[in-house]
Design a protein around this ligand. Structure first.
Ligand code: IPD
Length: 274
């Protein structure tokens, strides 16, 4: 019900904020790309782990019956039917380089997060500390962005009506084979839109759609933790979201856009399904 969603949304907000502050305040000085070549991956993993540990401990204390699915430590079971889906640092490569587009993503989902299309986020928050933005939404309650001073702004998608005029975000996985496929999809889209951005953090991309900074975002092979919080934020701001032909947004594909360009965008991404 509404009251529960509000409680979950507020908790997601506090948790994302807290972990967001942690990863900024305690970002190791030695994280410069040039001088950490041999250990850079380890250093990032340490901060990912610390952030996830804090999130897990807070969730276990406040919501002991809920399950948790996190990028670093996998799944832990619960009995309530709710699963917290968390990405302790989304945009890890940006974080490593000191590029400000990284975030902590915290969502609460109903359904089975292990099965494609069988889960739905009902509340979520994305804290992007270096952008001074924490995005938050609850199902049926709209989406907003809050700055450090506590100023709140409601979110709404842009008014984009034509794919040719759309600024479209996307993302790529880390595997070469996957990237070859993603490159082909991008090649067919690029001549048909205003331009394309690759910001490096799926959670922020989805929030940018919610805020009207992007008109659309898509990515194939996206993980639940990169997507869940951004999904409820984008849809509450008026975006349409879908997945592979005939499926809701899920692990294999996420497409988010203003309502008017959704079909045209899908037609471009899945020409065979038309
Ligand atoms: C990655 C980012 C990136 C997206 C990748 C994700 P991570 O998450 O969200 O933008 O394109 O698919 O894996 O690894 O930085 O948490």
């Amino acid at each position: 019900d509404d009251a529960t969603v509000r409680v979950l949304r507020d908790l997601a907000f506090d948790l994302a904020r807290e972990a967001g502050e942690l990863i900024v305040d305690e970002r190791p000085d030695a994280l410069g790309v040039a001088d950490t070549k041999s250990s850079e991956v380890d250093v990032v993993t340490v901060m990912d782990r610390r952030s996830e540990e804090v999130l897990r401990a807070r969730i276990a204390a406040a919501r002991p019956d809920d399950a948790i699915l996190g990028e670093e430590d996998g799944a832990s079971a619960g009995t309530s039917g709710l699963t917290w889906v968390i990405d302790p640092i989304d945009g890890t490569v940006n974080y490593l380089y000191g590029h400000p587009f990284y975030a902590v993503s915290v969502a609460v989902c109903v359904g089975d997060t292990a099965r494609e299309g069988a889960w739905l986020p009902v509340a979520g928050a994305v804290a992007a500390p270096e952008l001074d933005r924490t995005y938050v939404a609850g199902h049926g309650q709209g989406a907003e962005v809050v700055d450090r001073a506590g100023r709140r702004r409601p979110l709404a998608v842009s008014g984009c009506k034509r794919l040719e005029l759309a600024l479209v975000g996307t993302g790529f996985g880390y595997e070469a084979d996957k990237r070859r496929e993603q490159g082909q999809m991008l090649a067919s889209l690029l001549p048909r839109v205003r331009d394309v951005r690759r910001a490096g953090a799926a959670a922020i991309d989805l929030c940018f759609v919610a805020e009207g900074i992007l008109d659309a975002y898509y990515e194939s092979g996206i993980n639940a933790w990169d997507q869940a919080a951004g999904q409820v934020i984008a849809t509450e701001a008026g975006a349409l979201m879908s997945g592979m032909p005939g499926l809701p947004a899920g692990k294999t594909m996420a497409v988010a856009s203003t309502p008017k360009i959704h079909e045209a965008l899908r037609g471009c991404l899945f020409p065979a399904a038309r």
